[in-house]
Ligand binder design. Structure first.
Ligand code: ACO
Ligand code: KIV
Ligand code: MG
Length: 569
């Protein structure tokens, strides 16, 4: 019987269900995203206004240049009426000609005449610029913050739009590409018919038409609904807006419920043309929607994100420097740990998946980096975003043979036979259980060396000579036994059986059960690894030998098994 959950002591009765949208014929659930939406980065505005320490001009410029280099074409560069620093930064961008020809900068302003005038003034001389006006339209804001009715609330937006037009004519006559964006702030909580009415009023002033688009941005200023309800709201607006062909329908999800990415994706399925957000989800409170995740989610579905994130660590470093806030280790795509597997079964599957990918690519004659990606537990190839496989498999007490042998292969080109993998992973497990924490490649190698390659205890092959007569192999080997070197001789079908025969002269009884060898490198100083599974005094153990000479490597492997067998007995 499953234990019954108990009522919590939380005051959940204080909260209400978010109202649904009456849209029974909604179409978005059947949609697929097949192309990237237009992106707007608001890192320098919404992202910046939420920082403990807002960016100084150098940091702002660094962020702006990063965004341009990634391919963002619409960038909100500040709230110029808010502070001299913001105003001056925008002036610097324009006066020092730092804005690429194909990048449209935008500035945000409240719908207040003096603030609009100052905002428009900040854009004088820009090649491409957008003024972004907002006012809150939700009932609670109308009642509490502005103390206005619907008509007066709409008038704030409409009058503000007139101000924008007026000041643009006055100051920006020479700006070849001037754009306008309006946001009914708190759209998510605004009655849909009223949001529509305000947007229509704004459009009546702006008069969108061919060659004269308007951006209507519908923010989830505070994310309060499940993403499907936001998607319904967007589909409803998209269907009901007039002049739809000349409207760029934009969304601006925040992440209060942790579902901003889903909200943005469903909103695009519901008809949104454009998404506003910040790199790694910076922004007010829990942040704006994360543009990096959105882009790489598209990428992982075979859709060109139209921004380049080929070196995600570089993007992350710049963002961390500019925001002075860290990206969390588990942050999608960019966190330190997101391409790492610690647990045994994951490591095993990844290791097999990577090998299969290489084999499949080789068989079809396609370079592996172009071959369709399909590796368990890794939604994208870390290399596509500039990560190496170094950190993919890391070893701790949760790890199994796959991880340990992957690390040995990665760092030392050793291909341990399966049963040796099992044996050695138990050895490592004893250490991880005892010592705890993560085991580096160096630490694993140390354990491997001391377990299999340490020749300080007897027996150890010092030299060997052999002859092959009458179909029989004769060996004479100098073997270190305690403090002396003994010459032992033996015969067999090959070096291994002859050596095992010779070892009986020093009272060692060993029978080879399995033998595997492979080369470790190419060229004149090529080395080989030999693995011997042997029964030593009734115990079956593995031994490993590494040497330029493959016969020497195999004899060393036998001695390694003998040493290991005698310690275990
Ligand atoms: C959801 C968002 O992220 S919106 C963007 C938020 N970002 C910012 O506010 C950062 C920059 N803002 C600022 O620095 C300041 O707010 C300033 C300089 C623009 C204005 O400062 P102040 O004049 O002191 O006004 P304050 O910030 O207190 O704003 C509140 C006043 O503006 C009014 N107001 C607020 N938003 C708007 C708006 N979008 N349109 C018109 N009026 C508005 C309020 O009703 C209130 O008016 P009241 O004083 O008559 O009651
Ligand atoms: C100004 C608007 C677009 C905003 O940032 C919000 O509503 O979150
Ligand atoms: Mg916002």
């Amino acid at each position: 019987m499953v234990p019954e959950q108990q009522p919590s002591s939380m005051p959940f009765q204080r909260y209400q269900e978010f109202p649904r949208v009456d849209l029974p014929d909604r179409t978005w659930p059947g949609a697929t995203i097949r192309s990237a939406p237009r992106w707007l980065s608001t890192d320098l505005r919404d992202g910046n206004q939420a920082l403990i320490e807002p960016m100084d001009p150098e940091r702002k410029l660094e962020m702006f240049q990063l965004l341009c280099s990634m391919g963002y074409k619409e960038i909100e560069v500040g709230f110029p009426a808010a502070s001299q620093t913001d105003f001056d930064f925008i002036r610097t961008l324009i006066e020092r000609d730092l804005v690429p020809e194909d990048v449209q900068i935008s500035v945000l302003t409240q719908a207040r005449t003096d603030l609009i005038e100052r905002s428009v003034q900040s854009l004088v001389g820009a090649h491409r610029a957008t003024v972004h006006l907002y006012n809150a339209t939700a009932p609670e804001f109308r009642r509490v913050v502005f103390d206005v009715d619907r008509a007066a609330c709409k008038a704030i937006a409409v009058d503000g739009t007139r101000d924008v037009l007026r000041f643009a004519e006055q100051y920006l006559g020479s700006t070849p590409h001037f754009g306008y964006q309006y946001s009914p702030e708190i759209f998510i909580d605004t009655e849909l018919d009223f949001a529509l009415e305000v947007c229509e009023g704004v459009m009546d002033v702006w008069q969108p038409g061919p060659g004269r688009e308007i951006i209507l941005n519908l923010p989830a200023t505070v994310e309060r609904s499940t993403p499907n309800i936001y998607a319904d709201q967007i589909e409803w607006m998209s269907r009901n807006l007039s002049r739809r062909d000349h409207v760029c329908l934009s969304v601006h999800p925040h992440n209060d419920r942790g579902t901003a990415v889903a909200s943005a994706e469903l909103a695009v399925m519901a008809g949104a043309d454009r998404v506003e957000g910040c790199l790694f989800g910076h922004g007010e409170r829990t942040g704006n929607v994360d543009l990096v995740t959105l882009a790489l989610n598209l990428f992982s579905q075979g859709v060109d994100p139209q921004v380049t994130i080929s070196d995600i660590d570089h993007v992350r470093r710049v963002v961390e420097h500019c925001t002075q806030l860290p990206v969390a280790p588990r942050h999608p795509y960019g966190g330190d740990l997101v391409y790492t597997a610690f647990s045994g079964s994951h490591q095993d599957a990844i290791k097999k998946g990577l090998t299969a990918l290489e084999n499949d690519a080789a068989q079809s004659g396609v370079p592996v980096e172009e071959y369709p990606w399909n590796v368990p537990y890794l939604p994208i190839d870390p290399k596509d975003v500039g990560r190496t496989y170094e950190a993919v498999i890391r070893v701790n007490s949760q790890s199994g043979k796959g991880g340990v042998s992957y690390v040995l292969h990665r760092d030392h080109a050793l291909d341990l036979p399966r049963r040796l993998q099992i044996e050695f992973s138990h050895v490592v497990q004893q250490h991880t259980d005892g010592e705890g924490g993560e085991f580096s490649g160096e630490r694993i190698w140390e354990i491997f060396e001391s377990t299999y390659l340490d020749e300080t205890t007897a027996p150890a092959v010092v030299a060997h000579r052999s002859t092959n007569q009458d179909g029989s192999y004769h060996i004479s080997a100098d073997v270190q036994v305690q403090d002396e070197i003994r010459e032992i001789t033996g015969s067999g079908h090959g070096p291994l059986s002859a050596f095992c025969d010779a070892l009986t002269q020093i009272d060692v009884k060993v029978r080879v059960v399995d033998y595997v060898e492979h080369s470790l490198s190419a060229g004149t100083d090529a080395r080989a690894a030999a693995y011997v599974e042997a029964e030593v005094d009734g115990t079956v153990v593995w031994g490993v030998g590494i040497h330029q000479n493959i016969t020497t490597a195999s004899l060393k492997a036998v001695c390694s098994a003998v040493r290991r067998g005698s310690t275990l007995v």
